[in-house]
Design a protein around this ligand. Sequence first.
Ligand code: CA
Length: 224
Amino acid sequence: MKILLIEDEEKIARFIELELRHEGYDVEKVYNGRTGLELALSGGPDLVLLDIMLPELSGLEVLRRLRRESDVPVIMLTARDAVMDKVSGLDAGADDYITKPFAIEELLARIRVILRKKDRGTKETRRLCVKGVTMDIDRHEVTFDGESIELNHREYELVRTLMENKNIVMNREQLLRAVCGYDYMGESNVIDVYVRYIRSKIDERFGIRFITTVRGVGYAIKED
Ligand code: CA
C-alpha cells in the first residue's frame, strides 16, 4: 500500500513518514501542493494525506483538481478549529479529515478504515441500474432487459453521470465537464445533441422515458 504525504512542515512530515513506514506502508512525501498534485495523479497512491495550508497550491485546490481525475481516498490534515476547512474539504471530496495535532494511532486507525473500505469497493461489481437500464462499469456495457445498447464514449459518460446522480437535476455545464472534461471550450448545447442521440438509442427503442428534461435547468434520470 502506497501513501502519498503532502505536508510542508518537514518535522511533522518526517514523523508521519516514519510511523507509516513502521506500519509497513510505502510512503512518498512532498512539501508543496503542486508537486503533490502531480504525484497524486501520476504516482498511483492508494491513499493521500493532504495538509490544507501548503505553499504553491493549497490543499483544497489540490483536492479539487485531483477529484477531476481521480477518486483516490484523501484524508485532510487540518489545523485545530478550522471548521471551514473541514467542511470545504469534505465538500471538495475528501474522505476524512484529522485535526492537528493528532495522536498517530488515530491517524493510523483512520487510514486502515479507509483502505479497508476501498478494498471492499474494488471487489464489488460496479453496476448501476435505473429504470431498467443497467450499466456494468467494469465491462463498459449498457443493457435494457438483456438487450445491448451501443453508446459512444461521450454518450456513455453522459448516461453514467446521470445514473450515478440519479434523481438529481444536473445542468448542462456540469454534464459538459463530466463528458468533455474541464478544458472543453465549446458550447454547452452539445449536451442537448448527445441527449437526443441517447433518446433515440434508449427511450425510443425501448419505449421508456429515461432521461427527463428539466426546463431551464438541465437533465435528470428520475426513478419512478
Ligand atoms: Ca502546512
